[in-house]
Design a protein around this ligand. Sequence first.
Ligand code: SF4
Length: 335
Amino acid sequence: MIYVHVPFCRSFCTYCDFYSELTHSCRTGAERPFAQWTEDVCAEIAARRAEIADTLAVNTLYFGGGTPSVLPKECLSRIVDTLGYGPYDEFTVEVNPEDLVEKGPGYVRSLLKFGVNRISMGVQSLDDGILRWMNRRHDAARAREAFRMLPAGISRSVDLITGVPGMTDKMLQHTVDEVVSWCPEHVSAYQLSIEEGSALAGMIADGRVKEASEEQCRRQYELLCRTLSAAGYHHYEISNWALPGHEAVHNSAYWTRRPYVGLGPGAHSLRIFPDGRQVRSWNSRSTSAWTVEGSEILTPEEIREEEIMLLSRTDRGPIPERDWFVADDIISGMI
Ligand code: SF4
């Protein structure tokens, strides 16, 4: 179970606090900073081979970010070749709709050639006003165009956001109805959270933006649950729905605490040793020459707490779906 963190974005979204650096698109892997980052990921792979091999009982690869689709395809292919463990049961790449449209169908074909069998697209909303407010690069028309470029036969996941200031229930209903009409195999929908350090946190602090009320968030969560369940989606995790058989393998393995290796700046890893010791480690945040910044051995109490917290997010845990909206705040507070 391998995660690669791609720390580049072409613009910053209002609500985001993920580790990422602003960059411009470029056509080949020869240009910095992508080339340097790619070589450093390959060096990290070489240094952590044994650890990577220990995580492959769950045979998945996930490129997340940041915005993996800003990477030239040569960088992706170099990392996949260096890893050399494919084909993977699930190989996901997160994409931005604007990148897909800009790079064209040839780029999508290249992803499939590298073994990608799942694409997760950050649509967020199909309301242009909301997309502008979020400072997303795409508009609704580009999202439609990008989704149409995804071929049948792979798993297509659409990311949405709810609980956005100014987003009415009608706007959300319109977005979810249209997304359902596209028949993606998977939908993730996250409630907007105010992350310290994000532009949004500053806007709320100085009164320019008023947070969505709890009532609005609850209504919008219920709207999602209702609409997606009526369309045949399995609500298998607080924020995730899938057509039967398309539940995310990689993310599901996080919720059952399988070991994983995180490559790239800021990435976290969980190593489970044969003697039962469990070690979490994390990389420093720098687009080149990052190192393991810290690690901790988890105590049995911490392990148990994480097991309960993570399983509670799923339909296999002790909290029934009807209580997930209330439970989400409590569970998030434990992370
Ligand atoms: S939400 Fe994604 S695209 Fe937007 S700034 Fe964060 S990592 Fe970049």
